[in-house]
Design a protein around this ligand. Sequence first.
Ligand code: HEM
Length: 290
Amino acid sequence: MIAPDEHAAFLPRTLRLPPTGHGYGADDGAPSLVHPLSQEKYELYGPACADAFALFWYRWVTGHQISFLLWRLLGDALERSAHRAPTRGEREAMAACVDGYSTMLLYSATVPRELYHTDIRERMSLQHPAFSGAWAPDYRPLRPLFRARFPWQADPSCGPLREALELNHLTHARIADHLVPDGESLLQKHSGRAGVSQEKEELFDGFFMTVRGPVSRSSLCDQLNSRIAGVTADLDRNGLYPEVDGKHHTLAPDPSDNALERLAPNVLLLAHRAAQLSADAENSLEEAHP
Ligand code: HEM
């Protein structure tokens, strides 16, 4: 039987974010501090999972919420460098955020395929038959970055950022192929319903328990800290691939790329690195221009 506090660790929580394109709310004076990681390592293959529905729902929502937080930090860095090429610190932070997002794609997608179809995908299609990641509000300002549209992205100094973006595209393709081998997203199945609207963005936010309003930067950082702590507790207890119905539902590596090999053992390290480098880049700018 699961002790109450253990169960509570795997319940998703409401995320509060500023509306896309809006700045942060008034700060309460608290600094934006990223907590140190309590541990980096975990088992890839974990023990039998007591409540697979709860665990993978938690992973789906929390993995997306951490992605939204990293997208927001990535968007902040892009906005700061709107009229100039990003600094070295910003380029490193951007690459780290993209890698952190890649790990969250993998973490979310550790759900066994059958459970994804009977539970998670079903819930998304009940929300809207064409429900899609393309409706994610915080991804909207990042589309040009992910499509390498900024002229500065071609500079040799952006090599690590280009590699992170390449790894991210591979990871998204790999998890999509793994979970939906017939290749059709809900949006593609309902191609007559294309286009994004405010209503769709609100549906998307609501599904992932995300509320928009004034949020200070330190509160955003706290929310990232608490979610990384939650993922740490989960991976410590369950491993990346817990046993469900007598087997581990791994994502098979693809010999043509090493995307999953790079990410699978480093989920905590890469998510934390993204938070840390983003805070460092922001703090060093504040020191230069208080
Ligand atoms: C694990 C969590 C996932 C996240 C965070 C995610 C995120 C996203 C985002 C941000 C986009 C918009 C890209 C753009 O407009 O350039 C997108 C599009 C897309 N995603 Fe995902 N995705 C996830 C899982 C999946 C899965 C499981 C599939 C399987 C079919 C999939 C298939 C697609 C497809 C085909 C598109 C293109 C637009 C569409 O048809 O919806 N994604 N995704």
